[in-house]
Design a protein around this ligand. Structure first.
Ligand SMILES: CC(C)(COP(=O)(O)OP(=O)(O)OC[C@H]1O[C@@H](n2cnc3c(N)ncnc32)[C@H](O)[C@@H]1OP(=O)(O)O)[C@@H](O)C(=O)NCCC(=O)NCCS
Length: 376
């Protein structure tokens, strides 16, 4: 019988210099650098450069990239107008998709697929997507958008545009690390969909719109918001057992647990947990973080023997909650970070393109006789 690689599990579709994951050991490496090192010492801007160039920038290169990102933060009048028209009807991930397509429509060089131009597009989207999400959230809360601040880095500026308040040093660093952790993850579903779109030599904006649509689903980026919903339903530690037992008895999955690649704890969950403890020390909003810790412990007991451990989404929900971020922005924030990984893979794809076109094994009927509609 012909073998079918359902979900393309275990299939290598390309080579990459961007990311290596060892799911058994819980190892995640961006272009040679371990994620624990990057989370400890690096910044989101540095990681963006690393992914786009496979090396860390020197001081001059880092300053140039920061300046480029700052210069690209403002949105065009058209994007502004559209956001003001749609915010009441459209959820944040689709808003992002729409905005990316308009930014692409306004770029006269969108079909220039040279490496230099694609890198400009990557920086443009990285900068503007953050402004889009912050503006969207302000508008839906009946507030005017907050102008970006050139003196703040990407992470701090996003929190500033979202709240209109100067974030604490701890909030800035926590969010910066969260962006680093979500920046890249090898051939996940959204990266693959971006790659498929680009493989037709469609432009980078359309490829990123495809990726955003793919990230939206609850089995991928949507899981962090789904984790938040679970915590909301559980409410208090004494409800954990009853809630989880009922959920698994219905054959449902616990969000934020399990991974196609990791068969041990996702290293990003370890890093977020550690950060969460720091943030919780001074947060008035630590309840869901404490609840997550207890939920994790109960799941470890209940799922003993199964390779099901917390993934990146498990702690991001309660950490973002402590930063005061609304739960339906958790997945868009994932996109604001992953835009760097998506575009880095697209640079690789455009540089060595081959149309992605697998097969499907036909199992339908044969030799049927066409009947005109009047006789059917
Ligand atoms: C991420 C995910 C889709 C990967 O799943 P996958 O590689 O397709 O794994 P499978 O669906 O083959 O699952 C293997 C087994 O583990 C179980 N399982 C997987 N994830 C589970 C979860 N979150 N809760 C309970 N059971 C789970 C499956 O039911 C299956 O059990 P079975 O063998 O008894 O039928 C899956 O773990 C999941 O749905 N997790 C929740 C969503 C999530 O957090 N996504 C974010 C990923 S970063």
């Amino acid at each position: 019988m012909t073998e079918i690689a359902r979900g393309l599990e275990g299939v290598n579709v390309t080579t990459t210099k961007l990311c290596r994951i060892d799911g058994q050991k819980g190892e995640l490496v961006y272009a040679g650098y371990n994620i624990y090192d990057l989370a400890e010492h690096s910044t989101f801007e540095e990681v963006a450069f690393l992914l786009w160039n496979q090396r860390l920038p020197n001081a001059e290169e880092l300053a140039a990239l920061k300046a480029e990102l700052v210069a690209e933060r403002e949105l065009s009048p058209l994007v502004n107008t559209v956001l003001r028209e749609i915010w009441a009807e459209v959820r944040p991930m689709r808003t992002l998709e729409v905005a990316v397509e308009i930014i692409g429509a306004e770029d006269r060089k969108s079909s220039d697929l040279s490496n230099a131009q694609l890198k400009k597009t990557a920086a443009r989207l990285t900068a503007k997507m953050a402004t889009v999400i912050a503006m969207y959230d302000r508008l839906r809360h009946g507030k005017e958008p907050v102008a970006p601040r050139a003196d703040l880095n990407h992470a701090a500026n996003f929190l500033w545009m979202l709240t209109g308040e100067e974030p604490t040093e701890l909030a800035k660093r926590t969010f910066d690390v969260a962006l680093i952790l979500h920046a890249e993850h090898e051939m996940n579903a959204s990266t693959f969909s971006a790659m498929v779109t680009a493989s037709t030599l469609s432009d980078m904006y359309s490829a990123i719109a495809s990726a955003i649509g793919t990230l939206k689903g609850p089995l991928h980026g949507g899981a962090n918001e789904a984790v938040y919903k679970v915590l909301e339903e559980i409410k208090t530690p004494d409800q954990i057992k009853a809630h989880v037992d009922a959920l698994t008895a219905r054959g449902e999955r616990v969000m934020g647990i399990g991974h196609r690649i990791y068969k041990t704890t996702d290293p990003r969950a370890n890093i977020l947990e550690k950060l969460g403890h720091k943030v919780a020390e001074t947060s008035p909003d630590r309840h869901y973080f404490d609840l997550s810790l207890k939920l994790r412990d109960y799941l470890a007991e209940k799922l003993q023997g199964k390779p099901l451990y917390p993934n990146v989404d498990f702690f991001s929900a309660s950490v973002y909650k402590m930063l005061g971020i609304p739960s339906d922005l958790y997945t868009p924030i994932f996109a604001l970070a992953r835009i760097t990984g998506w575009t880095a893979h697209l640079l690789e794809q455009y540089a060595d393109n081959r149309l992605v076109r697998p097969n499907a094994v036909y199992q339908g009927e044969e030799n049927k006789t066409y009947q005109p509609v009047a006789t059917r």
